[in-house]
Design a protein around this ligand. Structure first.
Ligand SMILES: NC(=O)c1ccc[n+]([C@@H]2O[C@H](COP(=O)([O-])OP(=O)(O)OC[C@H]3O[C@@H](n4cnc5c(N)ncnc54)[C@H](OP(=O)(O)O)[C@@H]3O)[C@@H](O)[C@H]2O)c1
Length: 337
């Protein structure tokens, strides 16, 4: 079977991970990546053997830096079946017009609004909605995390309402442009956008969110309080979470009490860039009282959306059904279930 030809526009935190993840799949290939400026990441992409393309207006910058681009963004668009657009938020409309004109499919990321594509994606909650579409959007890291656990819990217990507080990392580890570096910064526009973003995939879910930015770069933590449709036991909930795709249960009693210890475990797993693709739930932190469920989960913001991007390519290019794609992606990326 011919492999699907993928281009990646934007080679930052998300784009470079998507490029490596796509390269690991047997049924797709990376035709090229787009980097806006020449720097060490651009040289690394060349070293890894990716064909590097540049925005037309920056081609001279690349040449001056000693990097010969394989072509412009427009050239790459002509060579692919699908683009994964990992440019910064709000650049999407500019590129969508180009993809549309070329008749090429494209995936956008969580920095874009749902309205850009009209379809948003999560591998287990709504895979089928992106089947064959020209444009879809893989929701943000926090939204992906909430869907990973609330999706299966809603199927099992029918959630009546969910209240979530997101304790957000201030910046990605490689960033030096955002903060706070020594403070806690509540999002004062309430409720925050995360609830409606979850509803772009599960419109029926009654969910309300708040968020506080904190001075850490490793992970987000989410605290969830959900009213279930019936009384349940903690064990029943744990059984659902254990079976949920891309959810990993850890124990504080085992020495994993904090996000830095989760990332230490991720380093020990030996995956690319020490990524933790799964949403991590503290087992002892799951508690049901009557019909009210409480839990905490940790989110590796740089990588939880990576397997979803691979699955979204399969859905949009009609390559495999949801469970088959999830299994295939998991196997290629070393995710247990
Ligand atoms: N970082 C996260 O934790 C995270 C998690 C989930 C989803 N997302 C979403 O993923 C998307 C990408 O975020 P990111 O964190 O990966 O951003 P990033 O690290 O800032 O990377 C953005 C990339 O896009 C390139 N770029 C910038 N302007 C461009 C343009 N006009 N045309 C083509 N390429 C351009 C940049 O190149 P230069 O560096 O050369 O300028 C860089 O390679 C956003 O929608 C974001 O909301 C991010």
């Amino acid at each position: 079977m011919a492999t699907v030809k993928v281009g990646i526009n934007g080679y930052g935190t998300i784009g470079k991970r998507v490029a490596d993840a796509v390269r690991k799949q047997k049924d797709m290939e990376v035709v090229g990546i787009v980097k806006a400026h020449p720097n060490y990441e651009t040289r690394m992409a060349v070293q890894k053997g990716f064909a590097v393309y540049a925005p037309a207006e920056n081609v001279d910058l690349f040449k001056e830096a000693g990097i010969e681009p394989a072509g412009t963004v427009d050239d790459l668009i002509k060579e692919v079946d699908i683009m994964v657009d990992c440019t910064p938020g709000n650049v999407g409309q500019y590129y969508k017009d180009k993809y549309q004109a070329a008749g090429v499919k494209a995936i956008f990321e969580g920095g874009e609004e749902h309205s850009l594509t009209g379809v948003s994606f999560n591998s287990t909650a709504n895979y089928q909605e992106s089947w064959g579409v020209q444009f879809s959007r893989v929701v943000s890291c926090n939204t992906t995390a909430l869907l990973r656990t609330l999706g299966p819990l809603d199927k099992a217990f029918r959630i009546e309402s969910a209240y979530v507080t997101i304790i957000r990392r201030a910046a990605d580890p490689g960033d030096s442009k955002t903060g706070p570096v020594n403070g806690l910064e509540p999002s004062v526009r309430l409720p925050t956008h995360h609830g409606p973003d979850v509803q772009s995939v599960m419109p029926w879910l009654n969910i309300t969110t708040m968020a506080v930015k904190v001075s850490t770069t490793l992970m987000h933590v989410q605290t969830v309080v959900a009213k279930l449709g019936r009384d349940a036991t903690t064990e029943e909930v744990l059984a659902v979470l254990r079976a949920a795709p891309r959810v990993r249960l850890v124990k504080a009693a085992d020495g994993i009490k904090s996000t830095n210890q989760i990332m230490e475990m991720a380093r020990d797993l030996g995956r690319d860039r020490s990524d933790m693709y799964e949403i991590v739930v503290w087992e002892e932190g799951v508690k049901v009282v009557g019909d009210t469920l409480y839990y905490y989960q940790a989110v590796h913001q740089e990588s939880d959306v990576i397997p979803e991007n691979v699955d979204c390519i399969r859905a949009m290019c009609k390559m495999a059904d949801g469970p088959a794609s999830v299994a295939q992606t998991n196997q290629a990326l070393g995710i247990d279930h």
